[in-house]
Design a protein around this ligand. Structure first.
Ligand SMILES: Nc1ncnc2c1ncn2[C@@H]1O[C@H](COP(=O)(O)OP(=O)(O)OP(=O)(O)O)[C@@H](O)[C@H]1O
Length: 623
């Protein structure tokens, strides 16, 4: 039994120390020099404070002796010099820490950011981000941006100094009664421990890995209320009051749970505080009694009182402690998450980035592919087989949810098929990193980066972002020259109205930029171009023209187009129809062949053509 108790205690101590260990390792990894300077400064600072404690008592005692004409002033001068020295050293140490702190927390934050990015992106499969992991990661990112975390990164020095001063105070008090500092320190420690346990549950409740669902929903509602993206709908549908009320309700439910939990755990903290008061009061009374009986002189009484109060160093340390707890929690959660994902605990994984190499034949083969999203039970694709020879342009059509985008994600190596194979030029599309950058895809929900036009287009060819000629060609081929011409700062224009001097673009203009991004990738060597409905915001004629142009500028490139606009896809060399239930190819041929077959494609095409004809667009109505 005793063994089990000792084991549990050791386990707890180890857990507690692990927090500091991780944190210390991290500091030394990112800023070894400044961490050493801070440590030395902290040791000097702690020594200075202990010296100042002793010097204060001795100086007052010596002055008292001088005034009572019982001694000359020499001793008082010595203690005065010691007091001044301690004050100067203390100031110096503050200056050193002020200089070192930003030089530690700044690279520390960068390192945390690297680790978080790697945790989310290390896997070739996006499946990692489909389940609960995405939420955990988002939580960690949020925590790492908080003030408390930033404060905790360097708060350790202040805390260490305080604790060292406490140790100094223990040594000073041993000269009076050896057990007294131990009892008082233990009382402070106990109350501190109870406080940090309570604090842990506060932080867990507020920012833990699984905050109450109402809290998550309240956060989401708050975000919708304040985001410029949602402002249009919120305004038009008059959602403001409803959202505000929803937030109030959700927040109250979440807060009620939270406070209930906190109040329950608050009692031990109060009891700990009470015990501390009794112990400290008793010890001070004993010191008074000893002084009254003449067992300690006046200098010693003052020094001991200061030392007893300095034992507070073992007690709760408010923000510093909270900050450190927060840092420890984040590192611990990050370590656990990375462990689960088979990543090295708190150091970025080694490994050279693998550069994609061109494939001799960029033909695509889906061979009996079955795929189920990790969060679903029913397969989205089951038994899909499709061969696309290099250089062919193919269009994929099918009802909503048939699995067109899923197919593209498999082709781009973002997910791994459950069975069957997806290959590009005979290489595994998921497993072969040499294929990276061989496939350029623009999805329907492509990103509007709130960055410069150069970045927005250049992200298609990262290493050649400064190659203006390449980017201009891509812009021209994407019919985006007028967008470029309309921007005040040309390639340096920031494409977001949320920035001063930034510009917001229309949906159609954004789509041209996304297309230019894909074309920049092709210009830089991508051999397969996939457009997953990125042109839906263009009018039918513009989309058809653009696709036509695409086919001519991407000659020799294997091109895959996903679109619901059949007037556009008819220009492709070949069209395949995916079945809505299984994601299998049900029709395959040229536009004319499929029309002649009279199947689902022919029906859809005639339906759309009739609608266009009714709308007075004879061009689109003709087949
Ligand atoms: N990340 C995901 N996790 C779980 N299910 C998903 C995910 N992405 C898509 N699905 C589901 O997979 C099915 C196929 O989706 P997919 O986006 O591939 O269809 P699509 O043919 O491109 O549809 P649309 O024409 O509407 O764009 C849908 O039922 C969709 O809900």
């Amino acid at each position: 039994m005793a063994d089990v108790g000792v084991q549990t205690l050791l386990g707890k101590v180890d857990g507690l120390l692990a927090r500091y260990r991780d944190h210390a390792r991290m500091m030394w990894a990112v800023a070894p020099g400044w961490s050493t300077v801070s440590l030395l400064g902290t040791l000097v600072g702690a020594g200075a404070l202990v010296l100042s404690m002793v010097a204060t008592g001795q100086l007052i005692g010596a002055l008292y002796e001088v005034l009572a004409h019982r001694a000359d002033s020499q001793r008082a001068w010595w203690w005065f010099a010691a007091f001044v020295l301690a004050a100067v050293l203390g100031q110096l140490q503050q200056a050193v820490l002020a200089m070192a702190n930003p030089r530690i927390w700044s690279p520390y934050r960068v390192m945390i950011n690297d680790l978080l990015a790697e945790t989310g992106m290390h896997s070739r499969s996006l499946a990692v981000l489909d389940g609960a992991t995405a939420g955990e990661l988002e939580n960690l990112i949020k925590t790492s941006r908080q003030w408390l975390f930033r404060f905790g990164m360097t708060g350790i020095w202040q805390l260490l100094q305080t604790r060292l001063v406490g140790l100094g105070a223990v040594l000073v008090l041993v000269g009076w009664r050896w057990w007294a500092p131990l009892v008082v320190a233990a009382a402070f420690l106990l109350s501190s421990r109870l406080f940090s346990t309570w604090l842990d549950s506060v932080l867990d409740g507020m920012w833990g890995s699984t905050p109450p669902i109402e809290r998550q929903r309240a956060d989401y509602v708050a975000k919708v209320m304040a985001s410029s993206g949602a402002a249009k709908e919120v305004r038009i549908f008059g959602l403001v009051d409803w959202l505000a009320e929803r937030y109030r309700v959700l927040w109250h439910v979440a807060a009620a749970q939270f406070w209930h939990q906190l109040n329950r755990k608050l009692a031990p903290t109060f009891l700990g505080g009470l015990a501390l008061l009794v112990v400290l009061g008793g010890t001070l009374s004993l010191l008074g009694w000893d002084a009254y009986r003449g067992m300690v002189n006046s200098s010693a009484v003052i020094t001991y009182v200061l030392a007893l109060l300095a034992l507070n160093a073992f007690g709760m340390q408010g923000d510093q402690q909270a900050g450190l707890v927060q840092v420890g929690r984040l590192l611990n959660d990050l370590r656990t998450l990375r462990g689960r994902l088979d990543l090295p605990s708190l150091t970025p994984a080694e490994g050279e980035p693998i550069r994609g190499t061109p494939v001799p034949d960029a033909g695509i083969k889906f061979e009996g592919v079955t795929f189920t999203y990790p969060t679903r039970t029913v397969p989205t694709l089951s038994g899909l087989t499709l061969h696309v020879p290099a250089g062919q342009s193919i269009a994929i059509v099918g009802v909503n949810g048939a699995g067109k985008s899923t197919m593209i994600k498999l082709l781009a190596g973002l997910y791994q098929a459950d069975s069957g194979s997806v290959t590009v030029g005979g290489r595994d599309a998921f497993a072969d990193p040499a294929l990276d950058r061989a496939v350029a895809v623009i999805f329907q929900d492509f990103i509007h980066y709130p960055l410069s036009l150069r970045d927005n287009v250049g992200f298609g060819a990262l290493e050649r972002r400064s190659d203006t000629e390449l980017l201009e060609r891509a812009m021209t081929d994407a019919a985006g020259r007028d967008v470029l011409a309309s921007l005040d700062h040309a390639w340096d224009s920031v494409l977001s109205s949320e920035y001063e001097d930034g510009t917001e673009l229309s949906g159609g203009q954004w789509q041209r930029i996304a297309l230019a991004r894909a074309l920049a990738a092709v210009g830089a060597g991508a051999q397969i171009l996939v457009l997953d409905e990125p042109t839906a915001a263009l009018d039918v004629r513009a989309e058809a023209e653009l696709f036509e142009r695409f086919l001519s500028v991407t000659k020799g490139v294997t091109t895959v187009l996903v679109s619901h606009r059949l007037a556009t896809v008819r220009r492709a060399d070949r069209i395949v129809v995916l079945d809505g239930d299984t994601g299998k190819v049900t029709e395959d041929g040229t536009h004319d062949e499929l029309l002649a077959q009279g199947g689902a494609y022919a029906t859809m095409f005639r339906l759309q053509a009739r609608r266009f004809a009714q709308a007075g667009d004879p061009d689109e109505g003709s087949d």
